[in-house]
Design a protein around this ligand. Sequence first.
Ligand code: PFF
Length: 684
Amino acid sequence: MQLLEEQRETWGTRGGFVLAAIGSAVGLGNLWGFPYKLYSYGGGAFLIPYIIAMFCIGIPLLILEFSLGHFTQRAAPDAFRRANKRLEFVGWWGIILGFVIITYYPTILAYCFSYMGDSLAAIFTGAALPWAGEGAEGVRNASKYFFEDYLAGGEYIGPFRGEILFMLILAWILMYFCIFRGVKLVGKIVWLTVPLPWIMLLILAIRGLTLEGSMKGLAFYLDPDWTQLAKPSTWRFAFGQVFFSLSLAFGVMLTYASFLHRKSDINNNAAIIGIADFATSFIGGIAIFATIGGMAHVTSQAGQPVPVNEVIKGGPGLAFVAFPYALAQLPGAAWWSLIFFFMLITLGIDSAFSITESVLAGIVDKTGWRRDIVLPVMSLVGIGTGLMYVTIDGLSFLGTIDGFVNGTWGIAFIGLIECVALGWFSRLDVLRDHANERSDWRLGRWWNLLIRVMIPVVLGTLFFWSLYDNVQEYNAGKFLRDINGQWIINDCVGMGIMVLACVLAVTMSLIRSPHDKTEKQARQQRIEIASARSWGIAGFVLACLAGLIFIPIFLFVNTNAKEEAFLFASFLLGAASLLMCHGLLERFDNGVSRPSGFARLGGVMAIVDISVCLLVILVALSGKVADTQKTPVEHADHLSQTSYIILGVVFVLIVFGLGWCFWKAIGAVAKNEPEQQSEEEPLS
Ligand code: PFF
């Protein structure tokens, strides 16, 4: 495939792009996903898997998506087709699941608008916030207000809750006006929607930290429980959170990079975005837990103590029950809750419109249709499909769909396919060279090993593990069918959407696009010599052997010494095959020679083998690790020494990490090296 140099709209400035990508990454997930997971899975100890995931998977994958988008100057579907003409469906799959996200993400923004309206009303009328209440009763009040009065009460328009519907339309109108003029305008809007929530988050954090009792909350948040590190689920949640938080796998980052100027940096930008996202999550956690600590202090002073772990919940429960309740206990409640919900809106809006933009660009790039026609139609379809979540059972439906998109068949699977597709079926070196040639610092060959071997093995294990969980849940009557054998309607719809997304992705990739012809003309005729066929076949046979050895383990999942020997042998064979096939691609996939197709197939099979081996090991381990409760810090009113060290290390990591990136960027500008514009090589 030849790079098609063409007139494509670009971001105005480097800052515009970086902020837009940060805007997409930093969203509701940072505030109700990260702090809650950190608290539930080991406090400060959770940071170890999270930081490893961010630096070893998140940032390298971000670089991969940026490089592909920038190289091809196309949104996801076309970009994947240009990487390999059979891979277009991978791009569509991500985009379609992205579309599923934008059917429900704006509904959460709609809730925020309503709560912001309530806070404003309380400020103007001087009345108490409608969810206010005291002590343990107050928690019930806040919960009742959200689930019964707000979600299920009030006026209805047909089956739809009137107020939420109105706010949903408002959210879509806002999103429409943010992106209707293209990425130049987005690049300007994000100068507001990114720093503003940061400022508000900082204000909330400082305010939380200055409350009496805040340290108790922080102790809950940070005091490490190292035993959680032995539980594989801690690692699994850390990896999943990094994926969702960096907006990976839905084609968003890829699309944003396709609008980058040809000379723009890739590697350093990815590092800045990853670290900034992590910093936001971490500081968000400080703001939330310090405030909750303050609330615990006030309620116990009033003789109505509320245990912190009863208040803390993840997801919407945190944003619409726990935190509003905590704020309602403190002086100036209405003002603080106004700041909080306005912050959530500014946090979420740029994530929401980033997905809309990626779907829009995917359709426009493929069909050549006009953006100003596709966007309004898409917005109407978005509102139409969003109606499902505005009904009386809307929130539970939203939770199920979100679980599917971010579960087995969503992020984990697409991320895996993306890595396998680009690592094994296109020329990874071309993407690495492309990124290196214009970046402030360069990636070594280790990056190839990460993308082709390490990350697929980790994601493959996560995928099979989620699949295993699904099967267990199905057998226990908790997934798809209940104990009485009745279909669970929400699960069935969710599963249906996942299957439909896959079918639709393949169908879309079969439709011819007007670009096909131009591409064909541009495609260079290359003569490549097929090399090392016998080595390729050897790698493939090794992978098959590893798989064959594996079958007995499947038949007797309870591990005993004999099966452990099988497992070990299978793992070793798989690893040998994987490294061999990787070596063959490294050596021979260079545009002049081409490794045997067996090497590619062998590599993919070996990834499956190793992932399933790891799954069996981890499942066995999970059974052995006792389910420990978080170390009781109920009575702690100060941070432990270890927590201070953790706080210090994280801040040093963030400050030095960002400092190093900016120093590299300044160094590159000062040198002003002429870009080493080598002839761009084909990707497949
Ligand atoms: N990264 C966003 C968050 O943390 O809330 C959510 C998100 C945005 C996920 C865009 C996926 C996406 F494509």
